[in-house]
Design a protein. Structure first.
Length: 262
C-alpha cells in the first residue's frame, strides 16, 4: 500500500495524458488530491509552452485544476536566476512564453554583445541563429552564468524529430568550454523549486513519472520518493533491465488511486 505522502510531483505526458487522451484514472486521481487537500504540482520540461497553455490543455481534457498547480522548467529556471541576480540582465535563447516569464520577474534582456550579461538562459528556440549562438558564447566566456532548461537533444513531432534544447546547449558549451547548470529533469533543479514553492521536504514528497531515466532519476537526485507508472515510456521489461529502480510501480494513476483509497 502506498504511504501517505503530503506532496505529489506529477509528470504530464505518459502519466496524465498521452497526446490528446487522458490516461485512465487521471481525472479521478487529481480529484482525490483536491479532496484530500494534498499539495501537488504538475511538472514539465517544456520551455516553449507557458504554464497557462499547459493548464488550458489539462482543463480541455477534463482535469479540474488551476495555474498554481503547474510548474515548468522555464519558470523554475527564471525564478532561480531572478533570485541570484535581482533585476539582472540575461541573454535569452527561447520563445515567447520564456520571454514573458523573464519580464514577469523583472529581468532585463541583453540586446548587444558588448552589454554586461549576468546569465545566459537557453530553452527551445525554433528561430535559433548563428548571431544568437555567438552572443551566447561571448557572454558565457565573459563570465555569465550558463543555465539550460533541459538537455533533451531531440524534440518529438508528428513526423519524427527536430533539434531540441540540448542541441543548442551543446553548441554553446562547445564554444565556451563551460558546462551549463541544467534545471529540467533528470537534474533535480525543477523538483527542488517545486518543493520550495509548496513548502515541502523531500521525505514527504513523491515524484510520479513514466520515465526511469528522466522522472525517476530526477526524483532520486532530489531526494524524494519515486513512483513509476507504466502508462507511458517505461514497461516491465525496461524496468527489469534498468539500474534505476523506483520505490513504487503501478500500471497507471487508476491503480494508484485504488491503492490509496483502500
Amino acid at each position: 500500500m502506498l504511504p501517505s505522502y503530503t506532496t505529489y510531483l506529477i509528470d504530464l505526458d505518459g502519466v496524465v495524458y498521452r497526446g490528446e487522451t487522458l490516461v485512465p484514472g487521471a481525472k479521478e486521481f487529481v480529484d482525490w488530491l483536491e479532496l484530500t487537500e494534498k499539495k501537488y504540482l504538475f511538472l514539465t520540461n517544456n520551455s516553449f509552452a507557458s504554464e497557462q497553455q499547459v493548464l488550458d490543455k489539462l482543463i480541455g481534457l477534463g482535469i479540474d485544476t488551476s495555474l498554481e498547480h503547474v510548474l515548468g522548467a522555464g519558470q523554475a529556471a527564471v525564478k532561480q536566476i531572478a533570485r541570484r541576480f535581482p533585476n539582472g540582465t540575461i541573454h535569452l535563447i527561447g520563445e515567447r512564453p520564456l520571454y514573458d516569464i523573464a519580464h514577469e520577474h523583472n529581468l532585463k534582456l541583453a540586446d548587444t554583445q558588448e552589454e554586461h550579461v549576468d546569465a545566459v538562459l537557453v530553452g527551445l528556440d525554433r528561430q535559433f541563429t548563428y548571431e544568437k549562438l555567438t552572443a551566447a558564447v561571448h557572454a558565457v566566456r565573459n563570465g555569465a552564468a550558463f543555465v539550460a532548461i533541459n538537455r533533451d537533444p531531440l524534440l518529438p513531432v508528428a513526423d519524427g524529430f527536430i533539434a531540441g534544447t540540448g542541441t543548442m546547449v551543446a553548441a554553446i558549451e562547445a564554444g565556451s568550454s563551460v558546462t551549463p547548470e541544467v534545471i529540467g529533469k533528470p537534474q533535480p533543479g525543477l523538483l527542488v523549486e517545486a518543493m520550495q514553492t509548496l513548502g515541502s521536504q523531500p521525505e514527504e514528497t513523491v515524484m510520479i513519472g513514466d520515465g526511469l531515466e528522466v522522472d525517476i532519476l530526477a526524483g532520486k537526485s532530489a531526494g524524494t520518493h519515486t513512483l513509476l507508472v507504466l502508462s507511458g515510456r517505461a514497461s516491465r521489461e525496461t524496468l527489469e533491465r534498468s539500474t534505476i529502480q523506483p520505490d513504487h510501480v503501478y500500471e497507471n494513476l487508476a491503480a494508484v488511486l485504488q491503492d490509496v483509497q483502500e
